[in-house]
Design a protein around this ligand. Structure first.
Ligand SMILES: [Fe+2]
Length: 165
């Protein structure tokens, strides 16, 4: 198998994995949104991130289709890893929102790195036409991660102002 063919196989697998990651994100955010209603800025950002994740998943589907590959075969290893990251969102008592935000920041870091890997693989597979759409998704993850990180102090203050449950 040539190096480029091998790179294409790994790349297509990576696209499927990332589709599973985005699908997981969509579900996680959906579960968390009701608990974020007391935090209007966070709620609005997470709602936008939910919609963006749907778009990102569709982009990955489009790329898979373009390369003649079936979409979204869930990879247990990846969903397992993601479930671990998401896992401590359910462990909380009253400070669930803060835990959810910390988990979301970790999740974004994972996604940024995943897109970085996909960009390198696209290059190696001779699919450099794909890089602009992958870069766009990566930038979106970066923006959301930055927003969450820089708003942590505000969220802590907002949390402290909420009535104890
Ligand atoms: Fe995403």
């Amino acid at each position: 198998m040539s190096n480029m063919k091998r790179a294409m196989d790994v790349y297509l697998n990576g696209l499927r994995n990332q589709h599973a990651v985005e699908t997981q994100a969509i579900g996680t955010i959906q579960n968390e949104l009701p608990r974020m209603e007391g935090y209007p800025d966070l709620h609005a950002k997470m709602k936008a991130d939910h919609e963006r994740s749907v778009t990102q998943a569709a982009r990955l589907d489009d790329l898979l289709e373009k390369h003649g590959s079936k979409k979204s075969i869930l990879k247990e290893a990846v969903t397992g890893a993601v479930a671990t990251v998401a896992g401590f969102t359910h462990a909380g008592a009253g400070d669930e929102v803060l835990k959810n935000v910390l988990a979301a920041i970790g999740f974004k870091a994972y996604e940024i790195s995943s897109y970085k890997v996909l960009l390198a693989l696209a290059d190696a597979a001779g699919a450099s036409d794909d890089t602009s759409v992958l870069e766009q998704s990566m930038r979106e993850e970066q923006d959301m991660g930055d927003w969450l990180g820089s708003n942590l102090p505000n969220l802590v203050h907002a949390y402290l102002e909420q009535k104890p449950v």
